[in-house]
Design a binder for this molecule. Sequence first.
Ligand code: NAD
Ligand code: ZN
Length: 359
Amino acid sequence: MNNTKNVLNYFIGKGSISKLQSLINEKRVNTSDYAVIFVDHFFRNQGDLNLKIDRQDMIFYYNSQKEPTTDIINHYKSEILSSKQDNKPVAVIAIGGGSTLDTVKAVSNLLNNPGVAEDYQGWDLVKNPGIYKIGVPTISGTGAEASRTCVMTNYKKNLKLGMNSEFTIYDQLILDSDLSKTVPRDQYFYTAMDTYIHCIESLNGSHRHAMADSYSYEALRLCHEIFSSKDMMSDENREKLMVASYHGGASLANSFVGVVHPFSAGLSIVFGTPHCLANCIIMSAMEEFYPVETEQFKFYVEKQGISIPSGLTQKLDDAGFQKLYESTIIHEKPLTNALGENFKTILSPEKVRSIFERL
Ligand code: NAD
Ligand code: ZN
């Protein structure tokens, strides 16, 4: 049984990013106290954020074309500590999507714990609370702003796993839907569908939890309103999606994903497909496991005029399909949640291949 923790504080509303400066300043005691701010690279040349950075603060523009790796996290830890003579920051801030939000969670934990990011990939391995951290999402759907993990790829071990820990949860969020205005339409849809998929997987699993169910139902209700409407990116819908994303992330604190995420992870490992796009590609071939939800997903795709890439595995050889199988079947927890202990009998190598061949 989990002793569940949620995010402690949040501001919500258009323009609430204006609260950021005072939140950071509250943490400054000495004149040398500094903050580290990670901003998605999209905003490098965008004046919209109007950030007022103090002279001693550090700012990193995170290139989210690459999802976080343990090497990147280790690099940030050394760069911060070496440039400040081992003096730690008083706050770490993320302004961006799931990649930037996860980076800050990991950096915050690592700055207050010895060793490297790889040491903490798993469940409840982080010993000390991280540095105070603020999350400011600029795209909605992954629920990274609410969840207790931060996904990182460890290429040495071919492992994509987060620091699952209570200490990974944000201390403070700023949910300002003005910030997601500039997201390209297709990307907006792919990331949003991560919430939809987290929730349908959780509700169809055996690892049910009353609180998780409640968060999931509400997130799905909001998704339905947003994606059946004419303009999924209206001001009102972007705000609703921010709320749905938070609910989706909170639901995952008490439940597991199902069949879609393991298949999606296979695509990410073999083709490097980004998480949310990979989910959407897989979702097109999930009728057998989630018939009603797959139909619903296809309706949203059509209604919003979104293009989902196809033909990905057309030229793949046997060794490629074997790697896809291995990187899918390795996800025992979600597959057991969805299909039971004997999931390997249902998902034989031939079966897995036939699903990938249809994409
Ligand atoms: P992202 O951070 O990977 O960014 C996707 C793209 O959107 C980038 O090109 C970025 O520049 C762009 N973008 C972001 N905000 C923008 C804006 N306001 N205007 C224009 N462009 C903008 O996006 P994501 O899909 O939110 O995150 C994916 C990551 O989240 C993956 O690394 C995945 O592993 C992780 N994830 C984490 C959790 C968790 O619980 N921690 C859950 C699911 C996924
Ligand atoms: Zn996901």
